[in-house]
Design a protein around this ligand. Structure first.
Ligand code: UD1
Ligand code: UDP
Length: 356
């Protein structure tokens, strides 16, 4: 059986690292994977570093779509993925998460009646202004196999009338964090990390594209009285320059870093401040309090468990939460048992068996 998998953005490399490696190492007699990189992310530290460090199989094809407006980027991917699917004739298409690469893959395959399998299905922020929410809704409604990381995700799908092909698999990012933390030669090469620090990441469009929101966030981190390390997403770098915003000395700005360095910072930080989806979860995996720079989250379990606080882009809330936030002692497992990759691949095999 043949599968075409679509990746394109940083978090998808982390997720594919689990699945593509598993298919290659353990399921090569049953599944052949043709891995397509759309080229949505292309800088060395946004793309290649993940393939090299995490030993993700080299993509069979890079569509080199690059940056652009949503329509241009998605349209170009759609046309190119369609060509690939017509040529490769896979038995299924695998997509991850909620980026424009996810959307293009879902559309291209479903038009050709190729079953779409969505890893990280069912996530909702219930904010339809987010490009990610738009992408997820369409991708889920076009998918035949909906691989859900949490029960919340399954419940979200039920609310939209989707019950067929849905399964609870746990979260592949949890698998990745366990696997790569215990693998040899994953030591961080970072130097000059302060003794007590928080880790911050910012890249969400709703924050970067609003001068008001980004200004409030920058000011709050500057004024919070703690030392932070902030690997800067290229999108955010561009907007900081455009708005003329600068960080004070307490915030160490660094280029985007590889996954191993990121895990090292997450494991050693006192707490994490982020608007990333993946990083909110990783904060939880590493028992770190998380302060989320958004108005809502898809990862509501972390908030319910008391380990994540949603502060939006509100200067006062950010500063006061950084000062006062103490999570509870209880820290239940929320994202599966670290074997979600296997569950996902087994679901895929079941889909094919049931189709015979
Ligand atoms: C994308 C996803 C977002 C995900 C994020 C992960 C969409 C709509 N958004 O957002 O859901 O959380 O990836 O990081 O798919 N750029 C570079 N070099 C690169 C990549 C991007 O300079 O290698 C710059 C370009 O100026 C580009 C901008 O970053 O225009 C935004 O990139 P894009 O892929 O459109 O969206 P992200 O903000 O990265
Ligand atoms: N990440 C990384 N280096 C960085 C920032 C993030 O390796 O400089 C990893 C992070 O650990 C997580 C994934 O990238 O595994 C999350 O991606 P991102 O925050 O870009 O996207 P999101 O999860 O919000 O879609």
């Amino acid at each position: 059986r043949k599968i075409v998998s679509i990746v394109g953005a940083r978090p998808q490399f982390v997720k594919a690292a689990v699945i593509s490696r598993l298919i290659k190492d353990k399921y090569s007699d049953k599944i052949t994977e043709y891995l397509v990189h759309t080229g949505q992310h292309y800088d060395q530290n946004m793309s290649d570093i993940f393939f090299q460090e995490m030993r993700i199989p080299k993509p069979d094809l890079n569509l080199a779509v690059g940056s652009g407006s949503h329509g241009k980027m998605t349209g170009e991917m759609l046309a190119k993925i369609e060509e690939v699917l017509l040529e490769q004739k896979p038995d299924a298409l695998l997509i991850y998460g909620d980026t424009n690469s996810t959307l293009a893959g879902a559309l291209a395959a479903s038009k050709l009646h190729i079953p779409v399998c969505h890893v990280e299905a069912g996530l909702r922020s219930y904010n339809k202004l987010m490009p990610e929410e738009q992408n997820r809704i369409v991708a889920d409604h076009l998918s035949e196999l909906l691989l859900c990381p949490t029960q919340t995700a399954i419940d979200n799908l039920v609310k939209e009338g989707i019950t067929k092909g849905v399964s609870l698999t746990g979260d592949v990012m949890f698998d990745a964090s366990i696997f790569y933390r215990t693998l040899e030669n994953t030591n961080s090469k970072l130097v000059n990390i302060p003794e007590n620090f928080f880790l911050a990441t910012i890249h969400r469009a709703e924050n970067t594209d609003s001068k008001e929101r980004l200004t409030a966030i920058v000011n709050a981190l500057n004024d919070c009285g703690k030392n932070g390390v902030l690997p800067l997403h290229p999108r955010t770098k561009k907007y900081l320059d455009d708005y003329g915003l600068t960080f004070n000395k307490n915030i160490s700005l660094i280029d985007p870093i590889g996954y191993f360095d990121m895990l090292e910072l997450e494991a050693n930080a006192d707490f994490i401040v982020t608007d990333s989806g993946g990083v909110q979860k990783e904060a939880y995996f590493f028992n770190k309090p998380c302060i989320t720079l958004r108005d809502q989250t898809e990862w509501v379990e972390t908030v319910d468990a008391g380990w994540n606080v949603i502060v939006g882009a509100d200067y006062n809330k950010i500063v006061s939460t950084i000062k006062d936030f103490t999570p509870p002692v209880e820290h239940p497992e929320l994202y599966g048992d670290g074997n979600s990759g296997t569950k996902i691949v087994e679901e895929l095999l079941k889909l094919w068996n049931s189709a015979i």
